[in-house]
Each structure stands twice: as structure tokens, then as C-alpha cells.
Design a protein. Structure first.
Length: 261
């Protein structure tokens, strides 16, 4: 089975890249599922019901998120009713929505997705390792095909999660930093791993925002409005091939597509 995981979709440019490339990639690789992080999809921060529907219409099956999930309060009731949109599982249980779920795939298969958030340089939340353990134990009751979005700032915390879950899940992929890493590999236990997928959005920028404004903020340390950048729009992600019987990854490779090329 082949699964595409897509890095943080940033604003309108990121959504345009998804709309252009996801249908193409589904055909090109005969994809079984597509998972994407959408926490920056609405103007660079958060996601709305309409934008989630727009992303699902492109062929994405599940949306993961992160610390910006609470930026658009209108999504709160949707998180409770549509579990195709996940929030980090290690937020309090009283938070809207869920952080892990299983989904019906092709030919009677079922796959699971868990979304956890790191604690280093991030919001205060429950232990991601204990939370991931609980999520995986529950998901494995239904399926060995499990994908984990580790939404975190520190590369060390992401790498640790990859080793921690090696052999228990099909893939651990990192999101949040918007900077793609070149360390994709299948770990000894059969878990595909990459520290960060990178963002799906404008790369002529500072992690998706107008670079002149960001530079001004760093140089002057004065308040500056951060606006979305628009140029050099790319989709970044990874293609994972998985054994449907064991849930073990067979291969992982980075995927990059550029608008206008």
C-alpha cells in the first residue's frame, strides 16, 4: 500500500498546491491514502470548516494539526463531529475533538492516525510519549497500519519519538518547523521516519511569511504584521510504502512538487 503524507499546508498558496498536485499524485502513485497537516491552512494559522472541506475535496483523507488548531474557534464543534480532522492527542481530554482515530480504506482495510505534540519550546501539554503509547495501543486493536504526526519544534524530540515507536507503527513523520529534513529512512523495526516534512506553501519567504516583514521584526524587535508570502509555492511530503498485513514500512521517499514547473 502507498500513503502520501503532506507537510504543513500554509495559507492560500499551500491550498493551491494541494488542489493542483494531490489529484495528480493519487494517479501517479496509485495512492491508497493521503494524510496532511492543516494547522496553518487558514491564512497561515488554524483551519476553518470550509477550508477543511476544500482540502478533503482534493483527495486528502485525514487532516492532522498542531498548536494552531485553536486559532479559529469556529472549527471547535467540527472537531467533535468530524474525526477526519485531528488535534494533538496530548491536549486535555476536555478539549474539542480527538487526537487519534481509525478510518476505512480500500478493499476492506483500516488505517489509524495519531496526532501528538512535542513539549520542548511548545505549549504545555501532557507527555507525548505516554500519550502516543496509549493511542497506539488502542489503534492496534483494529489495525497494524498506523501513522503518527509528531508536531514538534525540537528535532531531538522528534527523533526520540521515531525510535520510541519503532516497530509499533508504520510511520512517524514530523511537522511544525516548515523546514524539510533529508533524514528519511525505515528504522530497524519497520517504522518509516522523517524528522520534518517541510511545509506546503511559499518558499520565497520565512517559513511562509513575507520575508521583509520577518527580517524587520528580527532587526528592530518592534511589532510587525506578518503577511502570507506568495511565490515559489511547493508541495512537500513523503511517500511511504507499507506491507498491509504487518503494517511495516517497506520504503519512504521525499516528494516535492512546484507550482509553475
Amino acid at each position: 500500500m502507498k500513503v502520501l503524507v503532506i507537510g504543513d499546508i500554509v495559507g492560500r498558496p499551500g491550498r493551491e498546491a494541494v488542489a493542483t498536485f494531490v489529484p495528480q499524485l493519487r494517479r501517479e502513485f496509485t495512492l491508497d491514502w493521503v494524510i496532511a497537516n492543516a494547522e496553518n491552512a487558514a491564512g497561515g494559522s488554524g483551519v476553518t470548516q470550509n477550508i477543511a472541506a476544500e482540502l478533503f475535496a482534493t483527495g486528502i483523507d485525514v487532516l492532522t494539526t498542531g498548536n494552531h488548531i485553536w486559532s479559529k474557534p469556529e472549527i471547535f464543534p467540527i472537531l467533535d463531529s468530524d474525526h477526519r480532522i485531528l488535534r494533538p492527542a496530548n491536549y486535555p481530554k476536555t478539549s474539542p475533538g480527538v487526537g487519534a482515530a481509525t478510518y476505512a480504506g480500500k478493499n476492506g482495510t483500516t488505517f489509524g492516525v495519531a496526532n501528538v505534540m512535542g513539549r520542548v519550546f511548545m505549549d504545555v501539554c501532557d507527555c507525548p510519549f505516554a500519550t502516543a503509547t496509549a493511542c497506539v495501543e488502542e489503534l492496534r486493536k483494529t489495525t497494524p497500519l498506523i501513522f503518527v504526526d509528531m508536531h514538534a519544534e525540537a528535532t531531538s524530540e522528534k527523533v526520540a519519538m521515531g525510535w520510541f515507536l519503532d516497530g509499533q507503527v508504520s510511520c512517524v513523520f514530523g511537522t511544525h518547523t516548515h523546514i524539510p529534513t533529508a533524514d528519511e529512512r525505515v528504522l530497524p523495526g519497520g517504522t518509516a521516519y522523517i524528522t520534518d516534512l517541510g511545509m506546503t506553501g511559499p518558499y520565497d519567504s520565512v517559513i511562509g511569511r513575507n520575508k521583509e516583514q520577518i527580517i524587520k521584526r528580527f532587526v528592530t524587535h518592534m511589532p510587525v504584521k506578518f503577511e502570507m508570502a506568495e511565490h515559489d509555492v511547493q508541495l512537500r511530503g513523503a511517500l511511504i510504502e507499507v506491507d498491509p498485513q504487518t503494517g511495516k514500512a517497506l520504503a519512504i521517499e521525499r516528494v516535492t512538487r512546484k507550482l509553475g514547473t
